[in-house]
Design a protein around this ligand. Sequence first.
Ligand code: SF4
Ligand code: SF4
Length: 431
Amino acid sequence: MSDYREMWESLGLNMEAHDALMAALPPLYGDIYLSQANRPQGMGYFDFVVSEIHGIRVKELQDHRAQGGKVVGAFCVYVPEEVVMAAGGICVGLCGGLDIALDEVEKVLPRNLCSLIKSFMGFKLGKVCPYFESCDLIVGETTCDGKKKAFEVLADYAPVYVMETPQMKREMDYDLWKQEIYRFIEKMEELTGNTITEASLREAIRKVDGKRKALKRLSATRKAVPSPISGKDALLTYQIAFYDDVDRFTAKVNELADELEARVARGEGAGEGPEGPRIIVTGTPMAIPNWKLPHLIETAGARVVYDELCTGERYFQNLVEDFGDIDSMTMDEMVDAIARRSMEVDCACFTPNRGRTDKVLRMVDEYRADGVIHYSLQFCDPYTIEAFEMEKALKERGVPYMRLETDYSQEDTGQLMTRIEAFLELVKERV
Ligand code: SF4
Ligand code: SF4
């Protein structure tokens, strides 16, 4: 990584804090990931991406910018990356999965905000994220109150543009969202100096749908008993989807899916020995390097088989092409389909949001899950409140269920592990 020092310095990173961050990651990754037995060979690429987390990809972004290209940062799966790509830009996810520069953050934001918001603010204020520092524009959204207000503060430190995401899913809300996408198209054209044409938008839709299809293939292999991939490894691929090069990532996920499908055909599972209870995790997104919960669940002897998360199924379960034939769509039809695809995402910021509960109920059957664990970050009202409706629905169906609330610290891992182990005992009694 030392070859990149000049690049990091030129981006204005706080080198001392950045060195400390880079030193902390390999042992964490080694313990959580590299210690797993019988990993698919295809995970080698994703290990490499993590080993180069602030290296090669950041260099690619700098090369792109040196040629006049723009980089756009986003925090939500509602932001249409197809539009950024159609304008010749690169979209990167900026959600943080680690506590950083909390002292600085708590000078500008209240303490009782979710870790995800405090993390992205910390990465910015602490100047330790080369992706943040590479962005020509940061795109926020009006999903939850915490994010909405935090973007106002973030605007003091970076160029911020906010998209108005609706709170309901009526026809008038689709119309609003479609108009917002048109407004975003204009913004991207202004930022990049490029016109978004029917052809460039069509091509971008194909590429991003291609990425989603590859991830769907990977996810489908997890229906097999035993699952051919650990939940931790699957989560890692989903997390990397937000910032890797789209074509390369799609090819690597498809290679991994080939290997996983062959494993399924042979009846070979991930790890060693029996896979244990099969668990669905549902709740708030887990941004890289937040691997805390799946690591605890799998260390306790269970297997995570489905992630009803935005760093998971919500990101890729729906395609733009589900809403029509891309080849024959007009510009307006493509914008409409992009809007409709994202409005299928069952985020707890919407009301009502029964679709999410229904989805989890269906996935319990499809993925032959033995239990569901609801994960929410402390101070995340939308997901923490929705956890109760989920509990009611799953209990009515007799599906073992547990709600967990946590943050990015490691202080509660012992307590969480005790609760997870007790839950798994209950699940095993019912299997
Ligand atoms: S949980 Fe909601 S606000 Fe967060 S990324 Fe997903 S859709 Fe966006
Ligand atoms: S975790 Fe909850 S509170 Fe935090 S940004 Fe996401 S929706 Fe908002």
